[in-house]
Ligand binder design. Structure first.
Ligand code: LLP
Length: 434
């Protein structure tokens, strides 16, 4: 791994930094010790500056073409983060009526910048989105297109759609989050798309707006994106010959980050985005279309950390377990995808690093954050930070073991604002009937 320049505390390139070699780890001007004292643990902490910076990098990289960055709400759907992104010009990629309601609550002014993806939209969700006046539906099947047409006809409102095509492109990533092969449940076989657009042209309630593609998530190389968009561009040209002029190409999300990166290493997000944008742009050369992107992880992952407190340090045979107050219900990525997250002490203690398992209190062996990780000595009461947890962390949290979900804090310059209070057990019991 190449050592890049260490970012300065003012630079949002790595938002979590030690203020000195003895700590504490801080987010911008805010010590994580103070934030944990104020809001308790487990606690998600996000850097607003980094999120805004990342969005700006995408926007700059696409400056030569009309574009819209539609943040994938599923990565982190905190209302305050949606508002922040909307204020900086983002649109949104949603996959449910619930996510639509989130955009309506956080940034109603951005509804016209919303695309609606997802393989199983219900009639109610389609109605909700038609009523709201979203930009376009990313349609994933002929049956969905027929349903969209009938719901649009009922309310006498034309529906703009893009077919989400499946380009049959392989992208190296975890099998659970790879989506661009014909064998996956996503999208419409690209070989069928031309016929479906032609048929839809005869329906007065449907308006072919664009075409979309999403080949998977946590993809580290630009090449498969280029390959997918090349196939999409070919389709756009064919359709133009049929007299169907699409306005947008939506290249989906999926750009990955380096979860193994250590805190002391810089991360050149600008170069990554530039490489990605160049691959997509090369594939679109000569086409007069607006480019939509749906990044999720790349905008928010590295901006967030999950802060946890060590409850116990125990030895079973040869193994040492560090038991924290955060668990798989708060961050399920390690359990679900064997995902790696860097973990660091908030105040490092002197001493030799030894291999430990860092685990939560949930009654499952799958409840771990790290196995055999070399970690400096820790004691009960110490704080640790699980890094790069801003995407698919809180968004995939649950109440398993009747554990209230963490609070969330958004750091922006000199302010550190609670954006979601910690759940209480009473919140969890409220919907139930004895
Ligand atoms: N657009 C569509 C249609 C998607 O399905 C997704 C993610 C995105 C955009 C955003 O992808 P991103 O830029 O975040 O890679 N929970 C998994 C990731 C699941 C991704 C699902 N779809 C994880 O924690 O790694």
């Amino acid at each position: 791994m190449s050592k890049l320049k260490q970012s300065s505390p003012e630079s949002p390139a790595r938002p979590f930094q030690y203020t000195s070699t003895n700590g504490p780890l801080s987010c911008g001007a805010h010590s994580l010790v103070d934030l944990a004292g104020q809001h308790q643990t487990p606690l998600y902490v996000y850097s607003a500056d980094q999120i805004a910076e990342r969005l700006g990098l995408f926007q700059q990289a696409l400056a030569n073409r009309p574009h819209l960055v539609c943040y994938a709400v599923k990565a982190n759907s905190a209302l305050a983060i949606l508002k922040l992104l909307a204020d900086h010009g983002a649109g949104f990629d949603i996959v449910s009526g619930g996510e639509l309601a989130r955009v309506q609550a956080a940034a109603p002014e951005a509804i016209g910048r919303v695309v609606f993806s997802g393989a199983g939209k219900s009639a109610e969700e389609i109605d909700q989105a038609l009523e709201a006046g979203i930009l376009a539906f990313n349609v994933e099947s002929e049956a969905e297109l027929a349903l969209l047409a009938s719901r649009a006809a009922r309310r006498k409102r034309k529906a703009r759609f893009s077919l989400r095509v499946n380009p049959d492109v392989f992208a190296e990533t975890h099998p659970y989050i790879s989506t661009g092969l014909r064998e996956h449940k996503f999208g419409i076989d690209i070989r069928q798309a031309r016929r479906i657009y032609q048929e839809a042209a005869g329906n007065r309630w449907l308006s072919a707006h664009g075409v979309s593609v999403h080949i998977g998530s946590q993809i580290r190389s630009a090449e498969p994106f280029g390959a997918a968009v090349t196939r999409v561009a070919r389709l756009v040209r064919e359709l133009a010959k049929d007299g169907i002029r699409l306005k947008t190409v939506d290249a989906g999300g999926g750009l990955g980050i380096d979860y193994h990166l250590e805190l002391t290493e810089g991360f050149d997000a600008q170069a990554k985005i530039a490489e990605y944008a160049a691959a997509v742009e090369a594939a679109l050369a000569g086409l007069d279309v607006t480019l939509l992107l749906e990044p999720g992880r790349f905008l928010v992952a590295q901006a967030g950390a999950l802060l946890a407190r060590v409850l116990y340090v125990k030895r079973n045979g040869k193994k040492t377990f560090v038991v924290t107050d955060a668990a798989m219900n708060d961050l399920i990525r390690p359990a679900l995808y064997q995902a790696f997250h860097q973990i660091v002490p908030v105040i490092p203690r002197p001493g030799k690093a030894v291999p430990v398992d860092i685990v939560g209190p949930v009654c499952e062996t799958g409840d771990f954050f790290a196995h055999d990780r070399k970690f400096q000595p820790v004691q009960p009461g110490d704080l640790i930070a699980i890094l790069d947890a801003g995407a698919y962390g809180m968004a995939q949290s649950s109440n398993y073991n009747t554990r209230p979900r963490p609070a969330e804090v958004l750091v922006s310059g000199s302010s550190a604002r609670l954006i979601r209070r910690r759940e209480t057990v009473a919140d969890l019991l409220a919907p139930e009937i004895v």
